[in-house]
Write a protein that binds this ligand. Structure first.
Ligand SMILES: Cc1ncc(COP(=O)(O)O)c(C=O)c1O
Length: 392
């Protein structure tokens, strides 16, 4: 892995351990976004030349993202964030009153509230997949929740406060055995771990661009399996999401992925997110990224375990995570830990992270979250450990 290049491309002056919230795009990603404006300035944004170039780049961006998750480009929609993708599925399913949806009890608010809203609106029942120590979904018990009225299963790959990767392939096997539509929130893992929608057997996958993918802010992606596209209602009636018959004053959504358009696209963001995917290959590929993250996590865990006042929340081994972990201390709240570290030049957060299921499982108010990425260094971890040792 080309760490030297990664560091040169990310001239960050602070120690940054908050990638589960928002990472930092490398310079080539920022340049890819800028390129759009330069091109628009050169030719005029709506000139034929600019529109042609934009269309070519847009299709290439979809292709890039599709290849990255082993999908077809006709199954990819770029969105403003990950939440909107979940909302599109939650509000778009053709629900029938009395159906139930099976949800991950450890999810972040964005993968909980849209379903609660849908349940209220359409008369659905929510069934929560129980979690068990040391922080994994109880998949065996999930299977017991399924019945003939189960209309969807949705899980979060890595809860943002805990960072543990859940077995989304196993869940996908169960969903497919019962032929239940399956949605995965990969906001906390895309870019840190290789994801393959065929292997996962999911129908929908959503993620943010600004987290481990290192894309621009205000970007996200939604994958919808081809045969499921028309089964999801469109969400925004816009000039690019369907056909308006102005004589009859009628509008109908397109039958393909374009039905999820929502008006003008964020082209600078889309070109940036596509570059972020390309950049992964430029510095060694997603498997190298995974290995580097594991290496750094192992280094961090070994150091943390030497400080007896610190408790690592969740599994004590690093292999079930890709970059994110939470810790607590007896004498300091997670907010106090975060204040101290932030004050001393370390970007991280202490919070409940809107994951009440995680807090309940461990009986905690929140965690001090350390969320590292491949371009962090052992020296930065050493500095973190020195600071943590000062406040235990
Ligand atoms: C696990 C998880 N899912 C979904 C989201 C929502 O993503 P976005 O902020 O891109 O809407 C987040 C954001 O923090 C998250 O951590």
């Amino acid at each position: 892995m080309n760490i030297k290049k990664a560091r040169e491309d990310t001239p960050c002056e602070n120690i940054y351990f908050n990638h589960a919230s928002t990472s930092i795009p490398p310079i080539p990603v920022i340049e890819a976004s800028e390129d759009y404006y330069r091109m628009a300035m050169r030719y005029g944004a709506t000139s034929k030349k600019a529109e042609e170039l934009t269309a070519i780049r847009y299709n290439a961006a979809k292709q890039k993202m599709a290849e990255f998750i082993n999908a077809d480009q006709e199954e990819i929609m770029f969105l403003p964030n990950g939440t909107v993708g979940i909302h599109i599925v939650a509000q778009g399913m053709q629900w029938k009153e009395g159906q139930n949806i099976i949800l991950d009890s450890m999810s972040f608010i964005s993968n909980t509230v849209p379903w609660i809203q849908a349940a209220k609106t359409y008369g659905l029942e929510i069934r929560w997949i129980p979690s068990k120590l040391p922080g994994i979904l109880d998949i065996q018990n999930m299977e017991n929740l399924i019945d003939k009225n189960t209309a969807l299963i949705c899980v979060t790959h890595a809860a943002n406060s805990l960072g543990v990767l859940q077995d989304i392939e196993k869940i996908g096997e169960i969903a497919s055995k019962y032929q239940i539509p399956y949605c995965v929130d990969a906001a906390g893992s895309l870019g840190a771990v290789s994801l393959d929608v065929e292997k996962i057997k999911c129908d929908f996958l959503t993620a943010s661009g600004r987290k481990y993918l290192r894309g621009p802010s205000g970007t996200g992606v939604l994958y919808v399996k081809k045969e499921k596209i028309v089964q999801l209602n469109g969400w925004v009636a816009a000039w690019n999401s369907g056909v308006w018959d102005c004589n009859k004053n009628d509008f109908s959504f397109y039958d393909d992925i374009q039905r999820f358009n929502y008006g003008e696209k964020n082209y600078p963001g889309i070109f940036g997110i596509a570059k972020a995917v390309e950049y992964i290959d430029e510095i060694g590929g997603i498997f190298e990224i995974e290995n580097r993250i594991i290496e750094l996590m192992e280094y961090l865990f070994n150091k943390l375990k030497e400080i007896k006042e610190i408790e690592i929340i969740g599994p004590q081994d690093v292999f079930c995570r890709r970059g994110t972990m939470g810790l607590t201390m007896n004498k300091k709240t997670c907010g106090e830990i975060a204040d101290y570290l932030n004050h001393n030049g370390v970007g991280m957060m202490g919070h409940h992270f809107f994951c009440p299921g995680v807090c309940r499982l461990f009986g905690i108010e929140g965690t001090a979250r350390i969320s590292l990425h491949y371009w962090n260094t052992e020296e930065e971890i050493d500095q973190l450990i020195i600071l943590l040792s000062q406040i235990v």
